[in-house]
Design a protein around this ligand. Structure first.
Ligand code: CMC
Length: 437
């Protein structure tokens, strides 16, 4: 951290001594005020629910400029990575800080590829779930259960354990997501095939059956790979912060990543892609394009709980750069599959146009986010809506691991332990039950 020449001074109106707070500069982005000694020196905490003004860590992985609509992984613009790299190169970059050269790329691909199979016992564990269980419920269980299968890589303080658990998680997530899907639909599991690309292998495990080999469509495989790249990391979002907080206790990497999966499930976060598609299907049932006006009115009503899912972002107050790329991919996929006339896709395009022009959304800087388009792309590819968030979890796993490993390797790392403003009852005595109101 680079100290700034500028210092902040915190003063109090009751005459208590003021306090000087150091400021640090990042490479880019806002400076931070270091409040670590605040409690020791003043007996006061800061109050910032939802972390609106709090940098929870010092990181070198991902940078977002929400006003400019900019996203960088290790300094590289997401647009360049999406155009020039594949997902495994992106994984290498996030984990190691640099893009691989040719021989590093080959070695990394081989390493990941040779860990794609999961312990055969996993399928018996999977059988304990109801067939209609939500895939994210299954994924939370399966990822957590990995710590019971891979005992030799559970010590988060051992760099070799961290390395092998990272590879295992990245390699096995597609296998587990596809297994969760096959279990849902009652089809036999398809084992990984190691001469395929990461995305191609995932799609084959999803869609092949013993009776019919899956014919790979390159446009769709590229689209899937792009979904993975765009979702790979997003700095200190809710699930990543969950992984860091969970991992800060020294728990094993599989348990920490399972916590991230659980957090991602929520509709305000990764669950938004599923929620956006469900919303489109609801509007379609209401009457489709004709009823968009009525639906938008419901969203805008004061105190309405209806949100336009797939719109808005805590950090992006400009177009989400991932959404721009996903929109492009969306059109490529719709063209390749001849789906431009599908009513849900037509509805999505009409909704996007109206929302981008409507004063309510413009004034609040609510633009479509990546999940609005990734849901449409996934649906077109044939991924069932309930599996969308599991695909997001698959892609985000590398980001979670990179962030977890960065935290554990940070000499300033401590268990995460926020404090609170207590506004409950002051101390009082327990009355005998006969005297209680
Ligand atoms: N539809 C309608 N109104 C909205 C929406 C929306 N999607 N998002 C925000 N608003 C309004 C909100 O009602 C508020 O209006 P007002 O000032 O009149 O009270 C204003 O915009 C600010 O909203 P906020 O809730 O304070 O904003 P936030 O930064 O806390 O929320 C968000 C960010 C992503 C949770 C929210 O925009 C949202 O719920 N969006 C829909 C869910 C979604 O698509 N999430 C995916 C995010 S991208 C993928 C990921 O990173 O996981």
């Amino acid at each position: 951290m680079t100290p700034s020449d500028v210092k902040a001074t915190l003063s109090f109106s009751d005459g208590s001594p003021s306090m000087e707070l150091p400021i640090y500069k990042g490479t880019i982005g806002p400076d931070v005020i270091d409040i670590r000694k605040l409690y020791a020196q003043t007996g006061k905490f800061t109050y910032d629910p939802g972390f609106l003004s709090t940098a929870s860590c010092n990181s070198t992985i991902t940078y977002i400029d929400g006003d400019k609509g900019e996203l960088l992984y290790r300094g590289y613009p997401i647009e360049q990575l999406a155009e020039k790299c594949d997902f495994l190169e992106t994984c290498y970059l996030l984990l190691n800080g640099e893009l691989p050269n040719q021989s590093q790329r080959t070695a990394f691909n081989q390493l990941v590829t040779h860990h794609t199979m999961v312990n055969e016992q996993m399928q018996f564990f999977l059988r304990g779930f109801r067939r209609d269980a939500h895939p994210m419920a299954i994924m939370t269980g399966l990822v957590g259960a990995m710590s019971a299968f891979y005992h030799d890589s559970t010590d988060v303080h051992n760099p070799q354990h961290r390395e092998i658990s990272a590879i295992r998680l990245i390699a096995k997530m597609p296998t587990l997501v596809a297994m969760a899907y096959k279990y849902n639909v009652g089809q036999p599991y398809v084992y990984p095939k190691n001469d395929l690309s990461y995305a191609g292998n995932f799609m084959r495990m999803m869609f092949a059956t013993p009776c019919e080999e899956y014919q790979q469509n390159d446009v769709l495989v590229r689209a899937m790979d792009r979904i993975f790249i765009l979702h790979a990391d997003h700095e200190q979002n809710a699930s990543t912060s969950t992984v860091r907080l969970c991992g800060s206790s020294g728990t094993n990497p599989f348990a920490a990543i399972a916590a991230g999966v659980a957090c991602l499930w929520g509709p305000a976060h990764g669950g938004a892609n599923e929620a956006a598609l469900n919303m489109l299907e609801d509007v379609q049932k209401m009457g489709g394009v004709e009823k968009i006006g009525e639906f938008i009115r419901q969203v805008k009503e004061k105190n309405s709980t209806v949100r336009l899912m797939g719109f808005g972002h805590r950090v992006y107050k400009n177009y989400d750069p991932r959404a721009k790329l996903m929109r492009e991919t969306c059109h490529e996929v719709l063209d390749a599959l001849g789906l431009h006339d599908d009513p849900i896709f037509k509805l999505a395009m009409a909704l996007e146009k109206i929302a981008l022009e409507d004063e309510y959304f413009v004034a609040r800087k609510l633009y479509p986010n990546v999940d609005f388009y990734s849901g449409i792309v996934q649906r077109a590819i044939g991924i069932p809506v309930s599996l969308f968030t599991a695909v997001f979890a698959l892609a985000r796993t590398v980001g979670w691991i990179a962030q977890l490993n960065e935290m554990i390797g940070d000499p300033e790392y401590k268990i995460g332990r926020p404090r609170q403003l207590f506004s409950g009852a002051a101390p009082r005595n327990v009355k005998p039950i006969s005297e209680r109101a």
